[in-house]
Design a protein around this ligand. Structure first.
Ligand SMILES: Cc1cc2nc3c(=O)[nH]c(=O)nc-3n(C[C@H](O)[C@H](O)[C@H](O)COP(=O)(O)O)c2cc1C
Length: 374
């Protein structure tokens, strides 16, 4: 995954039960033309035997470019994957990823797979999304199979738009129908972020992932990242955001046992300037009774309004008592507030310009403020 499938994370996944890992999506043209890009995202992230089997994933739309990029890596990986699932705006601009699912691009896609299969000593695989209808999905995948694709990983979602990529659960029944229609193996994909991405193999054991598991997982990743630094600190920030804070599907799915609200955690992660600082942050996560966060810059409306006392250890009890009597949510009101007590009962709503923390029935709206941990 872009910004996430660094070597340390792949090794972590393998320790917790993954049999195989993919690199993040690599742009074939840049991989061939920009040595720094290839070095940062691929060559610096090779882990030898401990990180095999490994699939290198490329995106692109020119057979020659994809073949050239794939040939550079073929002796270091066990398969080469063509990304036909990326829905992002840059994929739309560059006409790659899920934007190659439109049927007028199919001949080009099949030519790419054919060229890769002919040129490489390792198998060619494809990651796809669902096409507009099941019939189209089956026809497209059958074409990939004919062209020499040896495995299809299907993300059970439509492409959607560049900004709206998930609505509701993935359609795993469609993936099952696809699997039944192909001779080659099908990997099912989707709904990962609706479950708990920190669970890994624990799901199979039937045990819930508790806070110590989450902190342990984050620290384990950071140990691996210290030994095998990711391309940038943002990779580690992203992993800790998921492991300590919330699922990727938004504040609605914030873990109930986490008292980190997504916005405050994000601020703390951004403020950390090294893996060591991230280690301190992870070690301090899930302490008893919530954490205090300070508003560093007074908001524009500072100097008036009602003072909201949320400092100290009473936040959870207050919230419990308040929640019982709160039938309907009152409109947000502005409060003077120096300290925010972040408890696991709090809910957070984040929009582009506002951060609204709800404490029981009380709502605090902060605009243009910076929150850092103290
Ligand atoms: C941050 C992020 C980066 C991703 N990067 C890639 C990628 O490089 N290649 C890929 O095939 N899928 C990528 N994906 C998609 C995931 O592999 C996967 O298909 C998706 O998260 C499935 O789960 P969901 O639909 O339930 O969220 C990415 C997803 C996320 C959230």
């Amino acid at each position: 995954m872009v910004g996430a499938s660094d070597l340390a994370f792949r090794l972590l996944c393998r320790r917790h039960g993954a049999d195989c890992a993919y690199t993040e999506m690599l742009d074939a043209r840049r991989f061939v033309g920009e040595p720094e890009y290839a070095s940062s995202l691929f060559w610096s992230q090779l882990g030898g035997a401990a990180d095999r089997p490994l699939v290198a994933q490329f995106c692109g739309n020119e057979p020659d470019e994809l073949v050239a990029a794939a040939r550079l890596v073929e002796t270091h990986v066990d398969a080469v994957d063509l990304n036909l699932g990326c829905p992002q705006a840059r994929a739309k601009e560059g006409v790659y990823g899920a934007y190659l699912l439109d049927d007028h691009h199919w001949p080009r896609v099949f030519a790419i797979v054919d060229a890769l299969a002919a040129a490489l000593s390792v198998p060619v695989t494809c990651k796809v999304r669902l096409c507009d209808s099941l019939d189209q999905t089956l026809a497209f995948a059958a074409g990939l199979q004919r062209a020499g694709c040896k495995l299809v990983a299907c993300h059970g979602r439509l492409r959607g738009s560049a900004t709206r990529r998930r609505s509701g659960p993935a359609d795993l029944a469609a993936v099952a129908a696809l699997a039944a229609s192909l001779r080659i193996p099908t990997l099912t994909n989707g709904n990962a972020l609706l479950a708990d991405p920190a669970l890994f193999a624990r799901e199979a054991t039937g045990r819930r992932c508790g806070t110590s598991d989450r902190r342990g997982l984050a620290l384990e990743y950071l140990d691996l990242a210290t030994a095998h630094p990711p391309p940038s600190l943002d990779y580690a920030r992203a992993h800790l955001g998921y492991m300590l804070g919330r699922s990727g599907a938004g504040a609605r799915l914030a873990y109930k046992h986490s008292h980190w609200d997504p916005h405050a955690l994000r601020q703390a992660l951004l403020a950390a300037a090294s893996l060591r600082q991230l280690q301190s942050l992870a070690a301090a996560a899930f302490g008893r009774g919530g954490r205090r966060w300070r508003v560093e810059q007074p908001p524009p409306w500072w100097g008036g309004g009602e003072a909201l006392s949320v400092e100290g250890g009473s936040g959870e009890a207050d919230a419990d008592a308040d929640a019982g009597g709160a039938a309907a949510e009152p409109p947000p009101r502005r409060c003077q507030c120096l300290w925010l007590y972040v408890s696991r009962h709090e809910r957070v709503y984040v929009t582009r310009h506002h951060v609204c923390f709800r404490f029981g029935f009380r709502v605090v709206t902060l605009t243009g403020t910076l929150i850092t941990v103290v």
